[in-house]
Design a protein around this ligand. Structure first.
Ligand code: G3D
Ligand code: MG
Length: 185
């Protein structure tokens, strides 16, 4: 760490860094959401399918988030599981218009919640019921019911409806996550 870094850390000027796991089925909008949370000049114009995972950064008013954007494809799971231990928060993204795969998303969530490195930790989970702009999108209440979120009793969680293309709903979610993470720091 450089002198300037250390000084700003001591003065409380430096934002605390938080590791976030961004999970959900492929095509749910994970990469689009993370991209939208970055400052405008750091946003990519083209979102390409994520292979394995990529590491992205964005800042909220008081924290600096390092996000592990995991490919939704299950075959990469053994790759990203190594990062579960380090994760201090989870963003789980759902394509609210993909009714057919809602049960797959539920299964994916169940696998995540049962993982030994996640199961016994009070790690906050922010759900984005994404693609709300699409005509046949389910409401966040319906998504929450289909994924049985009420059954999650041992971790703080919150669901936000979002439209990642316009960036709607994202800030509300990040504000919630920031509050939860800060109360655990
Ligand atoms: P992933 O990282 O979860 O796999 P991506 O998903 O971020 O790559 O997004 C997959 C596709 O969904 C992209 O479209 C992206 O533009 C679109 N998308 C993401 N969020 C929203 C949203 O809120 N509303 C709508 N309508 N589309 C969204 P393409 O066409 O590039 O595959
Ligand atoms: Mg992606």
């Amino acid at each position: 760490m450089g002198l300037l870094d250390r000084l700003s850390g001591l003065l409380g000027l430096k934002k605390k860094e938080v590791h976030v796991l961004c999970l959900g089925l492929d095509n749910s909008g994970k990469t689009t959401i993370i991209n939208k949370l970055k400052p405008t000049n750091a946003q990519s114009q083209d979102i390409v399918p994520t292979i394995g995972f990529s590491i992205q950064k964005f800042k909220s008013s008081s924290l600096s988030f390092t996000v592990f954007d995991m490919s939704g494809q299950g075959r990469y799971r053994n790759l990203w599981e190594h990062y579960y231990k380090e994760g201090q928060a989870i963003i789980f993204v759902i394509d609210s218009s993909d009714k057919l795969r809602m049960v797959v998303a539920k299964e994916e969530l169940r696998t995540l919640l049962n993982h030994p490195d996640i199961k016994h930790r009070r790690i906050p989970i922010l759900f984005f019921a994404n693609k709300m702009d699409l005509r046949d999108a389910l409401t966040s209440v319906k998504v929450s019911q289909l994924l049985c979120l009420e059954d999650i009793k041992d971790k703080p969680w919150h669901i936000c409806a979002s439209d990642a293309i316009k960036g709607e709903g994202l800030q509300e979610g990040v504000d919630w996550l920031q509050d939860k993470v800060r109360s655990h720091l």
